[in-house]
Design a protein. Structure first.
Length: 95
């Protein structure tokens, strides 16, 4: 069963550093969880200060501040795109 503590420990052992990412599919198979459950636990771990990072290649546990900053920038970019979508809906959506 997945919980964020188990996820953090798994990544620290199996995906330490940017050069060792593990895909969500592999993680989900390992824990027997859905991708939604994985994302929920990644979020919980990050909310509690754990350095889970992600890239197009998968998830990994940060080994330096640069890794953290790259993930923060990626998250900020997603926020900006979501705000654009909200604005578009608010201004022009026809029902």
């Amino acid at each position: 069963m997945i919980n964020y503590d188990n996820l953090v420990n798994y990544l620290k052992v199996n995906a330490l550093g940017k050069s060792n990412p593990i895909t969500s599919r592999v993680i989900c198979n390992y824990f027997g969880c859905s991708s939604a459950d994985l994302r929920k636990n990644v979020n919980l771990a990050r909310n509690n200060g754990y350095g889970i990072c992600s890239s197009v290649k998968g998830y990994y546990y940060a080994t330096n501040k640069e890794d953290i900053n790259e993930t923060i920038n990626q998250l900020r970019s997603r926020i900006a795109k979501i705000k654009e979508a909200i604005s578009g809906l608010e201004e022009g959506a026809c029902v």
